[in-house]
Ligand binder design. Structure first.
Ligand code: NAD
Length: 280
């Protein structure tokens, strides 16, 4: 029986639940907010309809896939799961306490994966009695569309857990890449300094946000410019990741741009608030 639990039903959690259900898993999607769970269901429904229209899934598959997803506001609902992915808010204190609780709720042989973008898997794992079964499974947004999963080995993650998660990622139609537990892993270690540099270029008046994004799209063949991408990710999320890398790697080259700090303080967080480097 393939029974997964996904903790957190926001941007990433709904996409992760979608993909597991699409590939035959029964999924329990858990969030503290019933409203978020209801919204996640309608998002998944809309995304499945879009996939069906494009022929990515059979035209009659959507109801069956959605039928495999249950929702709950209680972490206890994760108890029957034989695989768990945590995609709750990016906050170390929250994740540490979640893993302490999930360690008590889930059977001891169950793998507990975290979708964290930047928090140390080693530190998360150390909060449990099964550090060998804790691993990073870093899906990209939007999860149903994006091919990559960064699979992050913590200091104590076992070979067996790593192999299981690499194989499982492939079985979910993804391409996994194994990386070590360093701040930012690979994706954000390289992406965030580029975004940060683009923000410095705006701050210093090198060019307008439109021009900077055009240079990177037409000159480097990036599908999205760094500033539009930052708006999509959320400027608060970008700032949080840069802070983790700055602190964890100790190199001033990761210093978050003051303009980024100011925009986050002003509440201009990108798409989700309607305003960032661009208006939405
Ligand atoms: P989000 O804010 O959209 O969703 C987080 C959800 O977690 C919220 O719905 C919140 O109610 C829920 N939550 C908070 N505390 C909880 C608890 N105790 N139990 C259950 N649910 C709880 O955030 P997101 O963008 O989906 O990010 C989730 C994780 O995925 C983070 O670790 C983030 O770093 C990572 N991530 C995000 C992206 C991205 O582009 N947004 C990409 C890769 C990884």
């Amino acid at each position: 029986m393939k029974q997964a639990a996904v903790i957190g039903a926001g941007t990433m959690g709904n996409g992760i639940a979608h993909v597991f259900a699409q590939y035959g898993w029964s999924v329990t999607l858990i969030d503290v907010s019933q409203q978020v769970l209801d919204k996640a269901r309608s998002t998944i429904q809309a995304n499945l309809d879009r996939q069906a229209k494009k022929g990515a899934i059979p035209s009659d598959a959507a109801p069956q896939i959605l039928g495999r997803i249950q929702t709950s506001t209680s972490l206890d609902a994760a108890a029957p799961a034989n695989f768990l992915v945590e995609a709750a808010t990016e906050n170390p204190t929250l994740k540490f306490s979640l893993f302490e609780t999930l360690d008590r709720i889930c059977a001891s042989d169950v793998i507990l994966a975290s979708n964290t973008s930047s928090i140390s898997i080693t530190e998360i794992a150390a909060r449990t009695n099964r550090p060998e079964n804790v691993i990073g499974m870093h899906f990209m947004n939007p999860v149903p569309m994006m091919q990559l999963v960064e699979v992050i080995r913590g200091h104590s993650t076992s070979d067996e857990t790593t192999t299981t998660v690499l194989e499982m990622s492939k079985a979910l139609g993804k391409t996994p890449v194994e990386v070590r537990d360093f701040p930012g892993f690979v994706a954000n270690r390289i992406l965030m300094p580029m975004i940060n540099e683009a923000i410095y270029a705006v701050m210093e008046g090198v060019a307008s946000p439109e021009s900077i994004d055009t240079v990177m799209k037409l000159g480097m063949a990036h599908p999205l410019g760094p500033l539009a991408l930052a708006d999509f990710i959320g400027l608060d999320v970008c700032l949080a990741i840069l802070e983790v890398m700055h602190k964890g790697l100790g190199d001033p080259k990761y210093r978050p741009c003051p303009l980024l700090r100011r925009m986050v303080a002003a509440g201009d967080l990108g798409r989700k608030t309607g305003r960032g480097f661009f208006n939405y």
